[in-house]
Write a protein that binds this ligand. Structure first.
Ligand code: HEC
Length: 181
């Protein structure tokens, strides 16, 4: 047999095997969906370990940061309801951090105290600027809030975590004008 013929026969065999294998997988999928199309506690893996997941400050901060970014684009679109919602949600993330009262080893940064002060200092001003419809005023308030975020990061030995006005949204599938009157 010529080498070329052998190679094409081998290719055919591989293709046949792939077909048979995928056929088996397909019937398995069908079987699963036919008989077990309702998820139940028995088949779904446990997500949170018993006793709840351990608190991770970085994870909460990343959520906070995402909301801070979303706030910028909602405000830029003039969507007061969406922007207001993000501020409320930012406050909730902060409440979760405050309740967990994490401590940064080797520093005397009072995380719950500083976060509470940040909310009290900036949230009302951000909302007032939003309602005025003056985006320049909002930008000034937004930057002032970021300064507070960044100064805590410096004090907490994380000078490399510095937030700025986002250039583009983290997500592209959000309709920023939704719900606007
Ligand atoms: C009271 C102090 C404090 C304030 C205020 C604060 N942070 Fe943080 N932030 C931290 C600390 C400490 C870490 C590092 C967490 C770690 O090492 O796990 C952090 C980490 C982060 C990170 C990195 C998260 C990651 O993926 O690991 C982001 C992003 C962040 N903060 C955003 C913000 C934003 C946005 C604000 C303001 C709205 C803010 N932070 C306000 C203390 C603060």
């Amino acid at each position: 047999m010529h080498r070329q013929q052998f190679v094409s026969l081998l290719g055919l065999a591989v293709a046949l095997i792939a077909l048979v294998t995928s056929g088996a997988t397909w019937s398995q999928i069908q079987h699963t969906t036919d008989t077990e199309n309702t998820p139940s506690d028995e088949v779904l893996p446990e997500i949170a370990p018993a006793g709840g997941p351990a608190f991770e400050l970085g994870t909460h901060m990343a959520t906070l940061s995402r909301r801070v970014s979303t706030l910028w684009f909602a405000a830029k679109a003039g969507n007061q309801a969406a922007a207001d919602y993000e501020i409320t949600e930012m406050g909730e993330v902060m409440s979760q951090i405050i309740a967990a009262a994490p401590v940064v080893d080797g520093t005397d940064v009072d995380i719950p105290g500083v976060l509470d002060a940040l909310r009290n200092t900036h949230f009302d001003e951000l909302r007032t600027a939003l309602r005025s419809g003056d985006h320049t005023a909002f930008e000034a308030r937004y930057k002032a809030m970021l300064d507070s975020c960044n100064s805590c990061h410096r004090e907490a030995g994380r000078p490399f975590i510095q937030l700025k006005i986002p250039a583009r949204p983290l997500i592209s599938n959000r309709d920023w004008s939704a719900g606007m009157k």
